[in-house]
Design a protein around this ligand. Sequence first.
Ligand SMILES: NC(=O)N[C@@H](CC(=O)O)C(=O)O
Ligand SMILES: [Zn+2]
Length: 410
Amino acid sequence: MGYSTVQDLLVEGQIITALGKELPTSTHEVIDLRGLHVMPGLIDPHVHLREPGQTHKETIETGTMAAAAGGFTQICCMPNTTPIVDERKWVHFIREEADRFGYATVHPIAAITKGAKGQEVTDFVALHQAGAVAFSDDGKGVQSAQVMRQALLKAKQLGVPIVVHAEDESLSGAGCMNAGPVAERLGVPGIVSSAETVMIARDVLLAQETGAHVHMCHVSPEAAVQVIRCAKESGAPVTAEVTPHHLLLTDEQVEHLLAQAKVNPPLRAESDRAACVRGLLDGTLDMIATDHAPHTKEEKDRGLLDAPFGFVGLEISFPLMYTAFVKSGILPFEKLVYLMSTAPAKHFHLRGGRIQLASVADFTVVDLNQMRRVNPEAFRSKGRNTPFVDRELWGWPVLTIHRGQTVFQA
Ligand SMILES: NC(=O)N[C@@H](CC(=O)O)C(=O)O
Ligand SMILES: [Zn+2]
């Protein structure tokens, strides 16, 4: 970190072929980026692209366009589609579709269990050979410790992470928001923090016993941050992600926004939010994930009890993080780039995450001085479901280059 410089960058084909001061311009097209910042293409480890099957919510085309507009050049997509990504053909389909449009590189995450039913572990070897970079039943927790242990042993052999959506259904039940005073005032069933923390603790123990890499999704309660901190101190092979919404919002939002603030895991109390920020600053939480979860307006309008959980995030997460944490002086710019590019590349074993000689030309140019309000009507994503409508943000991406090609320009 601390590697910011002012210099030129030469791209030939898909590759960065020179870096330095005053490179000869001779026959090359010159893009003047004075006053702007270039960073390695952002990488999002947790995106719902909704294909196959749920094309009313999002498609691979619209989801990767949204990624490019948000400065992401690589994304990992979750298997909770229709059907579930539990067979090789769906891994191939996703990669081929993404390559056909070319807006961003998509790394499929395949299901841990067949149909995400939590019972029979999928064919990890075949799915990994097809291009799955990790395994997850995201959207649901794997309820059986025995099934999870079996999955960890298989993942360990392949050297890939198991990505944990931590939710014990016997505790989360029919809850639609965080359990607490706001849920009580609204008279709706709450989701207790232990529904998440109990499974995080279980999977830390299973990671220690098996030696497999466990990656915790969208961490939200204070107790979960504490469990992960202890796990890391004891050397357990555990990493974790946190979302911009869990760092910035609390369940107070649900009082005003109702289903527009409904997400899983739920927005929690102020003490939980503050603990997530501390966890991010001290390295307990390793990276930022958007958990981009598009739903239609009709679905989100069903009311707090019946609407689906989830927010879109790809097109606003860098400005959200930049404005709240870098512009305010809490986090150095380089650390944010690390959290949104270098760290996900490292822990998911992806190329990228750095701008260096001979690497693939994936990079994002941001304008740190431009303020714009969040306007969901302008999203490339089909999803408009965000609790951040109208927020004033700085640090918008203005140019995204993926494999040497311009895929987004403001
Ligand atoms: N996060 C959400 O609220 N929803 C996700 C599922 C998930 O990531 O758990 C979705 O698929 O809609
Ligand atoms: Zn999840």
